[in-house]
Design a protein around this ligand. Structure first.
Ligand code: ZN
Length: 746
């Protein structure tokens, strides 16, 4: 976060808020699905006894009864010398009709097909199995599996299976770490529909009366959860991108026919996002195939290789830059090319893609945009980035996990980058990518750490223990002190959390930035010349910290319950020994010191004059350990306005503005008032004879604040304009009552 001492704040635009709100909506909906999904589904587990080399899926969905018939040819190699049986995952809601090839017999139960092979296979020998299956693959929790939806009267059928529900529509070894080297998906649909999958369209041909078979093939390694189908009466929106790899990448968005223009607007930034990602991570991995989106009902987005599934409601974001487009595209490198080896390591997908959103902002809008974006990803809770126990069902995608996996995962990368420097960081990512590809397109957290250690030459155990495997974030008390003469600054920083963190963060003082690296609980250092109000701890937000408390520990309040108001202060930190008090007529000063000498003690009171006007109060704390130094001004407190007003006092020159005051505005009268707390307000207009002319507010509720307003249209109870002349506005709020005279004019 940005230190409280620094006055600058990074305000987010309305567009950001809209996106954030959308994100929240998506998250909540996803959470609801996931919550009903937990406990429903076992997590597939496989011993590494065989290695899948390819899948060939051939299915015919039947919209009328939400059923499929199909077959999957699984080619695999034995990894042991005695492979006599193997297992594939397939939900029990689907039925295995037969298995041909290397199978002798099979049993399908508990969502597993256990296949006895026709003989024993030795290491490296190939096994071919074709599983013929059919049934009604209903998604559970309304989401995971094959979804049967509509767009108007048109069917939309699509898969959505992360993390481990591919077996809800096809038999496979449903773990991310065994990628098939290639995957062919053939889908037979009525001629009015179009079917999309990963990779390139190898063929489309007539398949019986009124039907077309679309055959897609990807020749890049792919995990089961990333194998996708999407079917509707799609129109294809074509574009292209010139990759730094030299190829022309087809950009293909498969959209409902009526959505062509909104889809063009939604995805128009794609070439720019791709150029950004290529500049950081190398050429787009699937540039010989395609990239694009297939529209499906709802709000979700899932980064299937070469064709992200994209919820129709996300098309609402047709405003150019779009974090979600950037995020899903980033997954093509981080998630699809290099995939988390297991769900423990999901942050290698999601933390990375989230951080790319931040990096895109940085590259296009500068370092403050990066700092601002990271604030939105902060997470301080107990769930580590690395997930030790994988929850059942969709539990991984509930906020209990996503805040750590996405948010803190992005932060881990952000801090690692600061720790080892930009050049080493990006070189490390490149090494991680190359090594991941070399081992078949998967990576564990340990392997990522190895890549970064090799590249940086540093032992990063402490970093991964602290930020990836460990929980929580550091917390501080930070006090800058300045000499009363104003020529030297001393900063004292104490870690106050449960656990001591090793830290690195920048401090900006005036126009100088310097880097603090420490494992100490207490840090104190001085430098000459800078103004105390210009100091920013953790300048531009490189450290995920719970807070740099400074003023919070030194609290100034005002008590106006008695005849004369009192200032009260309290400082918990024994480092402090006393205060100087200040007052001013405006929150911006100038500030006048109220006593010549400091008032000693960590708590105390000071009685001020009876209230005649609004005044602002603040304090500076001092410490015996630092004679001649004081802290910056504390947050100010204000006395309330005078609580009773005589009829005409407001008209006297120099008198304070009082509740209420009346502003004439084109025949209307704006009756304005300030409320120190939320209150019901009654406002009545009387004529000079004391007769009620109109009640303009009757116990109407207002929040606390300045310049609350009720408008009187200048008409009486009979809806006729009043005669010009003197009137009274009677104002009642809580126990407070006031009457003010004003002149109604023509
Ligand atoms: Zn993602």
């Amino acid at each position: 976060m940005i230190a409280a001492l620094c006055a600058s704040a990074f305000a987010s635009s309305d567009a950001d808020e809209l996106r954030d709100e959308f994100r929240r909506a998506e998250m909540e909906r996803h959470a609801a699905w996931a919550a009903s999904a937990t406990a429903l589904k076992r997590i597939p587990v496989h011993e590494p006894v065989y290695d899948v080399t390819s899948y060939e899926i051939d299915i015919t969905p039947e919209q009328a009864d939400s059923s499929i018939t199909g077959s999957v040819l699984v080619r695999a190699q034995s990894l042991v010398d005695t492979l006599s049986s193997l297992q594939l995952d397939l939900t029990d809601t689907l039925q295995v009709d037969s298995i041909t090839g290397s199978a002798a017999s099979y049993v399908h139960m508990a969502d597993l097909i256990t296949i006895t092979l026709d003989r024993t296979y030795t290491t490296g020998e190939e096994v071919d199995l074709t599983v013929y299956y059919s049934g009604k693959p209903r998604p559970f929790a309304r989401r995971y599996g094959l979804n049967w939806g509509h767009n108007g009267l048109q069917p939309v059928i699509h898969s959505y299976v992360e993390p481990f529900f591919a077996n809800y529509w096809w038999p496979c070894k449903d773990v991310p770490w065994d990628k098939a080297d290639s995957c062919r998906v053939a889908i037979t649909v009525p001629d009015s529909l179009y079917a999309v999958s990963n990779g390139v369209l190898a063929d489309s041909s007539a398949a019986g009366p009124g039907h077309t078979k679309y055959e897609w093939i990807t020749r890049h390694p792919i995990s089961t959860y990333l194998v996708s189908i999407a079917i509707s009466n799609y129109t294809t929106v074509h574009d292209e991108y010139e990759s730094i790899g030299g190829e022309t990448v087809p950009l293909r968005n498969y959209v409902y026919p009526e959505d062509v223009s909104i889809a063009e607007a939604t995805f128009e930034g794609l070439p720019d996002y791709m150029a950004h990602a290529e500049s950081l991570f190398g050429a787009y991995p699937f540039r010989d195939e395609k990239y694009g989106h297939a529209i499906v009902p709802g709000l979700g987005a899932l980064e299937h290789n070469t064709v992200t599934t994209w919820g129709h409601r996300l098309l609402a974001f047709n405003g150019g830059f779009d974090n979600i487009v950037v995020h899903e595209l980033a997954h093509q490198w981080w998630g699809d090319l290099v995939t988390c080896a297991d769900w423990h390591d999901l942050w290698l997908n999601e933390g990375f893609a989230s951080y790319v959103e931040a990096l895109y902002r940085e590259s296009r809008f500068g370092p403050d945009a990066l700092a601002s974006y990271m604030i939105g990803h902060e997470y301080h809770g107990g769930q580590p980035v690395y997930v030790s126990d994988i929850p059942d069902g969709g539990g991984l995608f509930t906020p209990a996990y996503t805040s750590a996996i996405y948010g803190k995962g992005a932060w881990a990368l952000h801090m690692l980058r600061y720790e080892i420097g930009d050049d080493t960081f990006y070189a490390g990512l490149s090494r991680h990518k190359d090594e991941g590809v070399a081992r078949g397109g998967i990576a564990t957290t340990e392997q990522f750490q190895d890549a970064m250690e090799t590249e940086s030459g540093q032992d990063l155990d402490w970093f991964f223990d602290q930020w990836v495997y460990g929980s929580g974030t550091p917390r501080f008390q930070a006090y800058p002190f300045m000499t009363i003469a104003g020529d030297s600054v001393n900063i004292r920083i104490a870690q106050t959390g449960d656990r001591l963190f090793r830290l690195k963060f920048p401090i900006m003082a005036g126009d100088t930035t310097f880097v603090v690296e420490t494992s100490d609980s207490l840090l104190q250092f001085a430098f000459a010349g800078s103004g105390i109000d210009d100091i920013a701890l953790d300048y531009r937000n490189w450290l995920l910290d719970e807070s740099f408390d400074s003023e919070n520990d030194a609290r100034l309040t005002i008590d106006e319950s008695g005849a004369r108001p009192k200032l009260l202060w309290e400082m918990k930190d024994p480092f402090f020994s006393g205060v100087y008090l200040f007052r001013a007529d405006s929150a911006d000063g100038p500030w006048r010191q109220m006593t010549l000498e400091p008032i000693m003690g960590r708590s105390g009171t000071y009685t001020i004059d009876r209230v005649t006007k609004t005044e602002y109060f603040a304090m500076r704390s001092i410490s015996d350990n630092m004679p001649g130094f004081w802290t910056s001004l504390s947050r100010t407190v204000t006395n309330r306005e005078p609580s009773h007003i005589d009829l005409d006092s407001g008209d006297e020159p120099g008198a304070p503005t009082s509740n209420p005051y009346v502003v004439s505005d084109n025949g209307e009268y704006r009756i304005r008032f300030d409320l120190p707390e939320p209150t019901a307000v009654t406002i009545q207009i009387y004529n000079i004879a004391g007769r009620l002319v109109r009640e303009v507010a009757s116990g109407r509720s207002f929040g606390a604040g300045f310049d609350r307003e009720v408008v009187w249209d200048g008409k009486n109870n009979l809806n006729s304009p009043v005669v010009p002349g003197v009137y009274f506005v009677r104002f009642e709020a809580g126990g407070f009552e006031a009457t003010r005279k004003f002149v109604a004019i023509k």
